[in-house]
Design a protein around this ligand. Sequence first.
Ligand code: MN
Length: 263
Amino acid sequence: MSAVDTINNLGAMLLSGDVEVVDLAGPLGPETPLLKLPPDLGTNTPTIEIHKISQYDENGPWWAWNWLKIGEHSGTHFDAPQHWITGKDYKDGTTDTIPPQNFVAPVNVIDCSKESEANNDFVLTADGVRAWEAKHGAIKSGEWVVMRTDWYKRNHSEDAFLNMDENGPHSPGPSVDCIEYIIEKGAIGWGSETIGTDAGSAATFDPPFPAHNLMHKADRYGLASLSHLDKLPPKGAVIIAAPLKIVNGTGSPTRVLALKPKG
Ligand code: MN
C-alpha cells in the first residue's frame, strides 16, 4: 500500500472509529504526584500551580486563561537525552532539537502488571524481555518499549504512587541488562507508568538509574507516569509522544496518545 493510501485510510478510520485514540496521559494539576529525591541528592521540582489571569471578568471580559508554574518533569512527561549528564552533548538532545519524526513510532507493551502487584519492587530483566519477544514477536529498531504495571491506578494519591517507606521508594522498573538489551535492539525509548522511567530501587543499581543513564547516553528517550497501558495490545499500536518545544528543554509534560485498532 502506498503512503498516500495509508494516510487516506488512516484519516477515514480515525473518523469512523475503526482506529481508536487512547489517552496515555494522567491529570496535570496541583495534585499530580511529583518525584521526591533522596535527602541531600538535590532540589525537587516544585508543586504545580495553575493561576487564573481572567475568567470573563474585569481582568478579561470575554475570555478565560491561566498561567502555569510547572517543572519539565511533572506528570506524564517526556525525558530528552540532555536530561542526564550522559546525554548532555547531543546536539539533537533537547525538546526543541529532537527530529519530529522520532515523536511518532510503534510501541511494544510488556505486561508486568501481575508481577508488580505481587512485588512492588519488581524489576524487568533482559531475559524477561526475550521471553516476551518469544511470545509476541521481536522488538524492532526505532520502536518504543513500555512497561505496563497498572501503576497509573495509584496516581490519585502521591503516597500510593511514590510508595515510600524508611528504605526509600518501592516501584517497578527495568534492570540494567533490560535497558542494555533494548538499546541493542534499537529501541527509540523506554516508558513506564511510575513517577520516573527507573525502578524505585534504581539508585542502588550499577550504574544507578539505568533507564536514564544508559538510554540518554545512547541519545534515546524516556516517557514517565504513563497511564492506561492496559488499553493497548502487546504490539500493533503507534504512539505519539511530542514534548513541548521548550528551548533547550530537558523534558516536558506531554499528552501522550496511542493509535490502535478498535476493540
Ligand atoms: Mn523525567
